[in-house]
Structure formats: structure tokens, C-alpha cells
Design a binder for this molecule. Structure first.
Ligand code: 1YM
Length: 642
């Protein structure tokens, strides 16, 4: 390390350089990796120091700029890093911050470092892993400047390079990541930075983050993130595509003086069935949850159940709502700031501090209680939603039990209406779920019974518009289906027990048919999701027209196709329009819809749960048209001629 240029270094200088050298030898220990993720870590570390300065109440604005050479500039309008000589190191405090590992947290007047993972050692780590790094401090009407090169070697000590108005204060750090360390490259990802800055702005209300990014072509983008509403705005953003049940949020933001823990939570229900709950400690996403999430669940459970009993939504003899019932359709963000967080779990993504449980539970509990008392209308809606969720849960359990009576001997408990196939090999077996008894009859006669099973559903199986998911389990046809599939339902589904690797939904090509198909998909999505994810669900495509001239027969699946065949035959042709599957005889059904050689099946895959959730909440709404469109658009179909 010691070369001619720094031959004048003292022992303590050498210790300093050995420290930074250790970071260069094992960068992964400090920033996780030297991949793209590690590279971005450098930015997080510097920005975290500005966030801390803002949280301490001194900075209001943070500017981050990335230029096309990959030089990052972070500036804040805080107090400016201390520029005086540091008594232990004998060099300026700024230099000390950037050259002594573990320096950060030990300086300053005891204000704890909130942000980030490295607790103040970040600045020196970034310096160690940079080709060069410059700091400018605006303080006392002067601009102080220091530069480091080659992994943290002080190029020149702190000096004044200019003046500025006295009221201008703050810190600026510019650095270029060292390509010798980041061998995969030193290009930053616009979107990664964008999303993190937006998140930091949501998590730290009132802090303004101005982000500019210059891409390789020199094109510049600029965004300003500033959310004075904090987590309320975060939740509003997360619910932007949902139908929310209440405009006012449940919201708390409070410092617990005994523990010095700050708890901020925002929550809002939407009409979907999916819980969207995110938690953070000191601006770090705790993906594995932890004691703050436990406190959250305790508060939710205790307060809503008490309110429901006090206000006679639940009778004294009724079972309490379970936390899962209360989470249905809930979007929430929990963010705590803790002076001394302990993380555990696989990826250190779980908060372990046990005192947090109670602090969050108490603060949030009061907040929820206040909300319920002040918003009786919304309280009623929330409880009614929980009631439905709880009914659905109980119904699902009963259905599970009913279909699980004789798990060893599936054959004996198969539903009476099922015309099973003779094959017991799921990989070649198919089950047609057919709308209507007459179509069911044709399908039974027309099928190849070796590998094709048929389960007819009675006409309109439910008043679909009004059917709630819990009522679905009252339905005998649905129960038959679960039994026929053989793989169970809900949480303890065992996909290996699925008796058919093709589940084909066959309904009429009219509005009723679309409703039934929609209901089927909703049901499968909610209770047999792995069956959709596994690609086992298909929709049959029966033709709409038969165009015939003599012995020549064409089946048309659309009006356009029908017109084509009419043109082909020119004259003397007969057209039959199929109003429903029931109008086809067994042979026709085989020829058009069952025969693997000619039929068209659409495979239903749900590409991502979020999208699907949105689609399904829309599906359960009152509008018919979007539901029909959904069947065409949102279940992503691949045409397979198998
Ligand atoms: C662009 C990065 O690092 N800002 C920043 C850092 C510090 C201060 C202000 C600061 C903190 C304190 C007192 C204190 C730091 N100071 C230290 C140390 N922006 C950026 N802005 N005066 C100024 O914590 O008491 C470490 S970071 F160690 F000197 F206190």
C-alpha cells in the first residue's frame, strides 16, 4: 500500500489504509456482492447519510445525479459534514469519515443513525471501492473540498476552494465506482434507482429527493419525489388500481418515548381478496417480517374483534375473526425507526427486537380504535368484509373435509354425475366440465372414454352475479368437481394427486356461458391456484357455425370465418348457427371440440398474481362487460392443437 507518494504516512495512516484495503479484499462482506446489486449499494450508502441528516431535522432536499460516465453525485442541504480537525486522527473529520472504518456512528452528538445497513461505516466503504471520490462541504460561507483516489487514498487533504453565501450549507459527495472491483460493470440501472428513491421519499415524509439520470445517449430524465403524507401516500399509490372501501386511511405516526422507537403505519382496505402488507425497519424492507409485523397483527386482531363484539356485529358466542380474515383486501405499510435494530432470519430480513411487538401493537391499536369510532360506516364495511372472508374460510374447510372423507379410495367417492375415463394415468387423462345436462349427454356419448372424463354442470350453476366466493362451496357441482379432481383444495392442495392433467372448461359461447366460465376461473384461482399455475386448465372452443355444402363441412369459430366459408362455397350451402353446445350431436361434438386432432383448446395461465388479483376483483364486481372481456383478455391463452 505504501508507495512513494504517501511515504510520509504515519502509523495511524497505515492502519487507516489497511482498513480500506480490507474492504477491497472482501467487498462482499460490506456491500453483499460486487454485482449490479453491490454497485447500487454504494449509492444507497451515501444517500442514507443524507437521509439521516434530513431525519435529524437539518436537511430538506437531497439531489442525486447519475451521469453517463457513471459518476454519482449526492448532495444535501444539511449542516455539512464537520470540517474541523478530529482529535483522535489529527486530520479533518470529513477525511476521517471517509477513511476510517466504523467512524461514522461514533461521531456527532449521539443522534442515532437511522438509515441503511452499515450504520455510518458506509462512507468509508464507498470510498474504498471507488476509483475516485470527492467531497464538498458548504459551511460558514466557504466551500471545503477533499479528494481521494484509488480506493480511498487521500489525494489532497481538506482545503477551502471557494466561497458561498453563508446561509448555504450542506454536503456533496461525488464518486466513480472502481471497475477493478465491479468487474460486471459500473452502469447504474435507471429504474432500480428510481424505485428506491420513490420508496425512500414515501418512507420519510417531507424529504424531497430530486433524481436526475443521464443515459448512454446523453438523454436526461429528472424526477422529484416528495410525499408530505408519508405512508398514507404510499398506500394510496399501492391501491391506485383497486376499488378502495374507504377514502380516509387508518394512520398512525408516533414516537414511543420510552424506547425511542417511531412507529408509522398506514392501512386501507380494497375490495380484492389479497393482502398487500409491507414492513420496514430503518428504511430497510423486512421481507421476512418480524416483531413489528407481529405487533401489527396483534393490534388488528384485538381491536377489530373487540369493536365487532361491542357493536354486536359478532355475538358473544361467535368465534372471533382470525387475523387472516382481517387481512383480506388490506393494503398496509408498516415502518418503524429503531435505534438498535436486530435482524435475524435467512437473509437478515426479519426484525428480531422483542420490545417492538408491544410498542407497535399499542400505538397501532389506538389508531385503529380511533378510526373505527370516528368512521362507523367504514367500520361496518370492513367488518362485513371480514365476515365474508371468515365464512369463505369456514366453507373452504368444510369442503376440504367433505372431499377428504376417504382419501385412500378416491374411486368409491367419485361424484355420481361424473362419467370417468378408464385411464388412471393423469398425464393422459382429461376432464371436460360441461355446461348443461344435454351437452353433457352429448359429450358423454361423443368422447373417447379411454382418456376423456365428462362432468356435466347443471345449467346455470349459480346466480353468478350475486354469488360470493363462500357460497360457491354450497354448490353441489363445485363439490363434485373438487372430488373429481382428487387433489384437495386450498392450503393443503397436493398437485401430485390431480387425476387429470387437462381440465377443460366447456361452456356455451354466450353471456351465460361466459359467466359460468368466469366463475370457474375465479373458483380455480382462489382455491386451486396451483392447477392454473401448472398449466392444467383449458377452455374449449366450440365452433359458432357449421357451413355445409353436400359432404363438405366447415366449422367456423367467428363471424369472419363463417363469411370466408360462405365465399368458398359460393352457393347452395347450408348454415347452422349453434346457439349452444346442446344443439350438437355427439359426433359433431367429437369432431369439433373433443377430438384432440382437430379441436382448439386455450390454455389458461395466470402470469402474475398481482395482475390476476386485479382482474379477479374486477370480475367479482357488478359490471358484466368487463367480466366477459376478462375471459378473452386477462387469462392468457395459448392456442394449442392437441
Ligand atoms: C451526500 C452525503 O453525508 N451529509 C451529512 C453527513 C453528516 C452530517 C451532515 C453531520 C452529522 C452530525 C453533525 C452528527 C455526518 N457527520 C458525521 C460525523 N451527505 C452527508 N450531513 N454534523 C454534521 O451526526 O452529529 C458522519 S456523517 F461523523 F461527522 F458526525
Amino acid at each position: 500500500m505504501v508507495n512513494e507518494k504517501n511515504a510520509h504516512y504515519t502509523d495511524s495512516d497505515i492502519q487507516v489504509l489497511e482498513g480500506l484495503e480490507a474492504v477491497r479484499v472482501r467487498p462482499g462482506m460490506y456491500i453483499g456482492s460486487t454485482s449490479e446489486k453491490g454497485l447500487h449499494h454504494l449509492v444507497w450508502e451515501i444517500v442514507d447519510n443524507s437521509i439521516d441528516e434530513a431525519l435529524a431535522g437539518y436537511a430538506t432536499t437531497i439531489n442525486v445525479n447519475v451521469d453517463k460516465e457513471g459518476v454519482v453525485t449526492v448532495r444535501d442541504d444539511g449542516r455539512g459534514m464537520p470540517v474541523g480537525i478530529h482529535e483522535k486522527t489529527g486530520v479533518s473529520t470529513v477525511e476521517t469519515i471517509f477513511t476510517v472504518l466504523h467512524a461514522g456512528g461514533k461521531f456527532g452528538g449521539g443522534a442515532y443513525k437511522v438509515s441503511g445497513g452499515l450504520h455510518g461505516v458506509g462512507a468509508s466503504v464507498v470510498n474504498a471501492l471507488s476509483e475516485w471520490l470527492e467531497v464538498r462541504v458548504y459551511l460558514g460561507g466557504e466551500i471545503h473540498y477533499i479528494r481521494f483516489e484509488n480506493g480511498g487514498h487521500t489525494k489532497e487533504p481538506l482545503k477551502v476552494i471557494g466561497t458561498c453565501p453563508k446561509e448555504v450549507t450542506g454536503s456533496e459527495v461525488r464518486f466513480k465506482a472502481d471497475p477493478e472491483i465491479f468487474k460486471e460493470g459500473t452502469d447504474y440501472d435507471y429504474q432500480t434507482l428510481y424505485e428506491r428513491f420513490r420508496q425512500l421519499a414515501f418512507l420519510n415524509k417531507g424529504i424531497k429527493i430530486v433524481y436526475t439520470f443521464e443515459d448512454k445517449d446523453g438523454e436526461k430524465k429528472e424526477h422529484t419525489f416528495l410525499y408530505t403524507g408519508g405512508l398514507k401516500e404510499y398506500v394510496h399509490f399501492l391501491n391506485r388500481n383497486k376499488n378502495v372501501l374507504h377514502q380516509d386511511m387508518i394512520y398512525v405516526d408516533e414516537l414511543d418515548k420510552d424506547t425511542n422507537i417511531t412507529v408509522e403505519v398506514a392501512m386501507q382496505y380494497n375490495d380484492s381478496y389479497v393482502a398487500n402488507i409491507y414492513s420496514f425497519c430503518n428504511n430497510i424492507n423486512t421481507v421476512e417480517g418480524g416483531t413489528h409485523e407481529e405487533g401489527f397483527r396483534l393490534a388488528l386482531n384485538r381491536v377489530i374483534n373487540k369493536y365487532a363484539k361491542d357493536n354486536k356485529f359478532l355475538k358473544d358466542s361467535d368465534e372471533n375473526f382470525q387475523t387472516d380474515d382481517l387481512k383480506e383486501g388490506l393494503t398496509a405499510v408498516i415502518s418503524i425507526k429503531h435505534p438498535n435494530p436486530q435482524y435475524e432470519g435467512q437473509t437478515k430480513g426479519k426484525l428480531g427486537n422483542s420490545e417492538v411487538r408491544k410498542v407497535v401493537s399499542n400505538i397501532l391499536g389506538e389508531g385503529i380504535e380511533r378510526f373505527l369510532l370516528e368512521h362507523p360506516q367504514e367500520a361496518k364495511q370492513i367488518i362485513e368484509k371480514a365476515q365474508l372472508a371468515s365464512k369463505a374460510r369456514i366453507a373452504a374447510r368444510k369442503a376440504r373435509e367433505a372431499t377428504r372423507k376417504d382419501p385412500l379410495d378416491v374411486g368409491s367417492s367419485l361424484p355420481g354425475k361424473l362419467a370417468d375415463c378408464s385411464s388412471k394415468d393423469p398425464t393422459i387423462s382429461e376432464i371436460y366440465i360441461v355446461e348443461g345436462n344435454s351437452a353433457g349427454g352429448s359429450a358423454k356419448m361423443g368422447r373417447n372414454s379411454t382418456f376423456q372424463a365428462v362432468l356435466p354442470l347443471r345449467g346455470k350453476i349459480l346466480n353468478v352475479e350475486k354469488a360470493r366466493i363462500d357460497r360457491i362451496f354450497d354448490n353441489a357441482e363445485i363439490r363434485s368437481m373438487i372430488t373429481a379432481f382428487g387433489c384437495g383444495v386450498g392450503d393443503d392442495i397436493d398437485i401430485n394427486k390431480l387425476r387429470y392433467h387437462k381440465i377443460v372448461i366447456m361452456t356455451d359461447a354466450d353471456v351465460d356461458g361466459a359467466h359460468i366460465c368466469t366463475l370457474m376461473l375465479t373458483f380455480l384461482f382462489r382455491f386451486l391456484r396451483p392447477v392454473i399455475e401448472g398449466g392444467y386448465v383449458y377452455i374449449a372452443m366450440p365452433p359458432l357455425f357449421k357451413v355445409q355444402k353436400g359432404n363438405a363441412v366447415r366449422y367456423a369459430y367467428s363471424d369472419e370465418e363463417c363469411e370466408e366459408y360462405k365465399k368458398e362455397f359460393v352457393t347452395n350451402f347450408k348454415i347452422q348457427r349453434y346457439k349452444g353446445l346442446g344443439e350438437m350431436d355427439p359426433e359433431q361434438l367429437w369432431e369439433t371440440t373433443l377430438d384432440p386432432k382437430v379441436r382448439t383448446l386455450k390454455r389458461v395461465t395466470i402470469e402474475d398474481a398481482m395482475e390476476a388479483d386485479e382482474a379477479f376483483s374486477m370480475l367479482m364486481g357488478e359490471e358484466v362487460e368487463p367480466r366477459r372481456n376478462f375471459i378473452v383478455e386477462n387469462a392468457h391463452f395459448a392456442t394449442l392443437d392437441i
